[in-house]
Design a protein around this ligand. Structure first.
Ligand code: LMR
Length: 398
């Protein structure tokens, strides 16, 4: 059965982790996979997570099964974090939320659910989008098409072209939007642009599907969910997948959620039963630990405040690194304007380098980044920033 198989190339993002790990150059820098790193280059367990884990260890009385929907308290609390308390209340039974195995699990669960109820639906994704969106959604059977998004030349959003393409989307089509901190480009829709998307969706009837993987890493928890909340308020139907990997630092615990907002409570109940059956057929139930930790934090004022404080520190550090990188690149006298990096949000920005220049950075300088020249800003620190900027300057001159 396996004799004729050929190995596949490494994953374009995860493959960089292994390559960086096996590089013996002491100056190596990992700007590949999107994990937060502190000034020492560590990815710490957040303080509130540590405290919540200690409580769970002391208080948890059973490891019995929960359900395909996961932990009910987590689902209620995470819905409020994403949508806000008031809107969650207003939506009432039109909203259903499922705990999922990470944001990836949420994306796949949503795609499998849609494929079941409306096979081969069309989903429009931004050009560019996160590399893993395509297999996660496409391998479930959805038909993937793209809409224009990032202008590599002017480092902005091609909003008119995007709207022109979306104006051709109709009822039954899905449009994947990045809730904040666009991965890979870091260029986010303004509030006015979200309003225009909401109006178009109202007129044309397409269903927005929002991937909110970085809530709190851009401008703040509420600010980063402006688009999600607006669309949830205005539209009859919405799909939102959120991740706790980055904002709670729970990467390996696979903690995420899928929220579906339907036009009526009956439609939401029917959707919930379909999603439960879909989850049951794929993985039965999501892993508990990360969701229990998040529920413990969000339900407790002290833990919640400490978590928000640490998340603010993370966000401010990333924004500070954006400015520091622009200053350092300017200092190297590169004849290019990198100021767009300061305007972009979240972990990622493109450096605007060619694949050859990226390969030079990897092979000659041990600086690991995705071929598209996407960098994880959080991998920069005060010890490596000068070497990074010098290396970019040299790679650009070649
Ligand atoms: C990334 O884009 O680097 C992260 O979302 C991690 C991943 O799984 O690709």
């Amino acid at each position: 059965m396996f004799d004729s198989l050929n190995p596949l190339p490494a994953d374009p993002i995860l493959g960089l982790m292994a390559a960086h790990r096996s590089d013996s150059n002491p100056r190596k820098i990992d700007l590949g996979v999107g994990v937060y790193k502190d000034e020492q280059g560590n990815t710490p367990v957040m303080r509130a997570v540590k405290s919540a884990e200690a409580r769970l260890l002391a208080d948890q009385t059973s490891k019995s099964y929960v359900s395909p929907a996961g932990l009910a308290t987590f689902n209620t609390l995470i819905a409020s974090l994403v949508l806000g308390d008031e809107l969650t209340k207003t939506l009432g039974d039109r909203r259903v939320t499922f705990q999922t195995p990470g944001g990836c699990g949420g994306l796949r669960l949503a795609a499998e659910f849609i494929q079941k109820v409306r096979p081969a639906s069309k989903i429009l994704v931004s050009d560019p989008t996160w590399a893993n969106h395509v297999p996660l959604l496409g391998e479930a059977g959805l038909q993937i098409e793209t809409y224009p998004y990032y202008d590599h030349k002017n480092h902005g959003i091609r909003f008119d072209a995007m709207m022109e393409r979306l104006s051709k989307a109709a009822a039954g089509d899905l449009v994947l939007l990045h809730g904040c901190c666009h991965n890979p480009c870091g260029a986010d829709l303004s509030n006015e642009q979200w309003q225009a998307v909401a109006e178009l969706a109202q007129t044309n009837g397409f269903t927005p599907f929002i991937d909110l993987a970085y809530q709190g890493l851009g401008d703040g928890l509420a600010e980063d969910s402006y688009g999600v909340r607006l669309l949830a308020e205005k539209l009859p139907e919405l799909i939102v997948v959120s991740s706790c990997s980055k904002n709670f630092g729970l990467y390996r615990e696979r903690t995420g959620s899928l929220t579906v907002i339907a036009g009526s409570s009956e439609a939401a109940r029917a959707s919930a039963s379909q999603i439960a059956a879909t989850a049951r057929a794929i993985y039965s139930m999501p892993p508990d630990h990360g969701a229990s930790v998040v529920a413990e934090i969000l339900a407790d004022d002290t833990l919640n405040s400490d978590w928000e404080l640490e998340l603010t520190e993370v966000r401010e550090r990333i924004n500070g690194l954006r400015s520091a990188l622009v200053t350092e690149l300017d200092r190297q006298g590169i004849d290019r304007d990198f100021s767009f990096i300061e305007q972009e949000k979240g972990m990622f920005s493109f450096l605007g380098l060619s694949v050859d220049q990226v390969q030079t950075l990897i092979n000659q300088y041990s600086i690991y980044l995705v071929d598209s020249s996407r960098i994880n800003i959080a991998g920069i620190n005060s010890s490596n920033i000068e070497y990074l900027a010098q290396s970019i300057a040299e790679a650009v001159k070649r």
